[in-house]
Unconditional design. Structure first.
Length: 228
């Protein structure tokens, strides 16, 4: 498995000194090189110095994700953002998804705001041992066998809810998310699915995500798509 996936952790304590110009330029280059899940959805990623809102974290920098409102937009942002989360961890920086934070500057993006991510030099241990992950078992989130499902199991999720379910058959992985009553939680569940799909993509020689008309329905779950 990707070594970064095996050891990454969400960082909530940072040194507040901003990164130097060279480090920020590497971040900007990485932003340019991310691969979207859905190529037909417009999105934006901006770097900001402040955010506001519930459960905010003090950090020197934040990524502000925006997207046009379209089917698959939140999954797309989760997929893109998790590539950056893994980049930060591998590069020696800390990062953390901030589901309830918003940019202080409303004009930071012309596209509707989706979510934020803090990043900077960590003021706590950057990585963890795989035994320290608090996650559901594979049996609780999936059925069928596919080695990529372990990477999905280790993916971060809003409130660590892991509102996803996967069924593996014949080299395919059908992906589902739980039906949740609150709009905010529904949004986070869509983003979380994109995050898990990023981890699956990292473990795939060839990755493609499609909607299959014949995908089996699951009670209490919403079909998102299929990794083929």
């Amino acid at each position: 498995m990707n070594e970064t996936i095996r050891k990454r952790k969400s960082i909530r304590k940072y040194g507040l000194t901003p990164l130097d110009a060279a480090a920020l330029e590497k971040v900007r280059e990485q932003i340019k090189n991310v691969k979207p899940l859905c190529h037909d959805i417009k999105y934006s990623i901006e770097i900001a110095g402040k955010t506001k809102g519930m459960f905010n974290i003090k950090a020197p920098h934040y990524l502000i994700f925006g997207s046009e409102e379209k089917d698959g937009a939140y999954e797309n942002i989760g997929f893109i953002g998790q590539q950056l989360d893994l980049f930060f961890s591998e590069a020696g920086f800390g990062s953390c998804w901030l589901g309830a934070a918003k940019p202080e500057d409303k004009e930071v993006s012309a596209l509707p705001h989706v979510i934020c991510m803090s990043f900077g030099k960590p003021a706590e241990r950057l990585h963890r041992d795989i035994s320290e992950f608090k996650r559901k078992t594979l049996a609780e989130i999936s059925e069928g066998a596919d080695p990529r499902l372990e990477a999905a199991r280790l993916a971060p999720s809003g409130m660590n809810a892991q509102n996803w379910y996967f069924t593996a058959e014949n080299g395919k992985i059908h992906c589902y998310r739980k039906k949740v009553p609150l709009e905010f939680m529904n949004k986070l569940s869509c983003i979380d699915m994109g995050i898990a799909l990023c981890h699956i993509a990292e473990e795939s020689d060839n990755f493609s995500f499609v909607k299959e008309a014949g995908a089996p329905a699951l009670k209490k779950f919403i079909y998102t798509g299929t990794v083929v």
